[in-house]
Each structure stands twice: as structure tokens, then as C-alpha cells.
Design a protein around this ligand. Structure first.
Ligand SMILES: CC(C)(COP(=O)(O)OP(=O)(O)OC[C@H]1O[C@@H](n2cnc3c(N)ncnc32)[C@H](O)[C@@H]1OP(=O)(O)O)[C@@H](O)C(=O)NCCC(=O)NCCS
Length: 141
């Protein structure tokens, strides 16, 4: 049985621990600077980064936000040594609560179609596949 994580918004001193968590979870990409991503999410009123702590250390984190209509999440991460114990579920419920408190009534998630593990995780939490095509264009190189 998992312990209760203690959640709070990201604070300045969390940068190193959170980026290290994202790296260990395989979430960082050469074309995305995590420092820039963190700063951008934190300076907008409709987004933030939340961290989950266990015994004073950061073991989970998620970037939450909405576009004035739908909510979304990025960098959903649980320490690899602690995965499979229910912390991801706690993290998702907390992120959903953050969005609900902002008045967001629907959360859309984007994941790679061949990522069966993550799909199973979200399905276990009540998410369903909706047939949509995701289109994107870079606005700034
Ligand atoms: C995805 C992630 C956050 C899940 O966290 P976690 O702590 O392992 O998940 P939990 O233990 O809370 O699992 C919650 C539910 O999902 C299910 N689940 C989790 N991983 C699963 C898997 N690989 N296959 C099938 N089901 C899975 C669990 O069985 C559980 O269901 P249950 O409560 O009905 O038993 C974690 O694995 C992670 O950080 N992965 C690397 C980063 C990543 O890929 N993030 C997602 C980006 S889109």
C-alpha cells in the first residue's frame, strides 16, 4: 500500500530535483529545454508545475494547465524506483483537482499511439481513447 504523497506547487529550489526526475523518467527531449519549459509554465496564470513529496523528497511531478477551454498535462512523472505503487494515481487525482478548481471540466491527454504502457495507466484511471487527429505546426523554431 502506498503512503499519501504531500503535494505543493513547484518552488524555485525544486528545479534540479524536478529536472532530474524528468530525466530519470525519460521525459526530456533534446528540442525541449526543461528550464525554459518550467519558467514558461510558472509565469502563466493558467498553468503550473505540481510536485509530490515523500519524506521531504520530490518523487512525482506534473505540469498542469488549460487553454481557456480544455485542460492538459505534461511531464507526468513518478520516480522509477517507486512506480507501480499507486503514486501515479495520486498524482493524477491531484492534477485533476487543480484543473477542476480552475473550472476546467475536461482533460485531454496526448500520448504516442504505440505507448501501450502509458495508455494502460490512463485507462486504469478512467481515460478513454477518443478518435481525433492531432495536428501541429511550430510557430517559433
Ligand atoms: C506513468 C507513470 C506516471 C505511472 O505512475 P505509477 O506510480 O507507476 O502508476 P500507479 O502505480 O499509480 O498505477 C495506477 C494504475 O495504472 C496501472 N498501470 C500503471 N502502469 C501500468 C502499466 N505499465 N501497464 C498496465 N497498467 C499500468 C496500475 O495497474 C494502476 O491500476 P490499478 O490502480 O487499477 O491497479 C509512471 O510509470 C512514470 O513516471 N512513467 C515514466 C514517465 C511517463 O512515461 N509519463 C507519461 C508521459 S505521457
Amino acid at each position: 500500500m502506498s503512503q499519501e504523497l504531500s503535494f505543493r506547487p513547484f518552488a524555485d529550489q525544486d528545479e534540479e530535483a524536478v529536472i532530474s526526475l524528468w530525466e530519470r523518467c525519460g521525459l526530456t527531449r533534446p528540442h525541449n529545454d526543461p528550464v525554459k519549459d518550467i519558467a514558461f509554465a510558472r509565469e502563466q496564470p493558467a498553468s503550473d508545475i505540481l510536485v509530490g513529496e515523500l519524506e521531504g523528497g520530490i518523487v512525482a511531478s506534473v505540469m498542469v494547465g488549460h487553454d481557456g477551454h480544455r485542460g492538459t498535462l505534461y511531464y507526468v512523472s513518478v520516480d522509477p524506483d517507486l512506480q507501480g505503487k499507486g503514486y501515479g494515481r495520486q498524482l493524477m487525482r491531484h492534477a485533476e483537482g487543480w484543473l477542476k478548481a480552475q473550472g476546467v471540466w475536461k482533460l485531454n491527454l496526448l500520448l504516442r499511439a504505440d505507448n501501450e504502457k502509458i495508455r494502460a495507466f490512463y485507462e486504469a484511471l478512467g481515460y478513454e481513447v477518443e478518435p481525433r487527429l492531432c495536428m501541429a505546426r511550430r510557430l517559433i523554431d
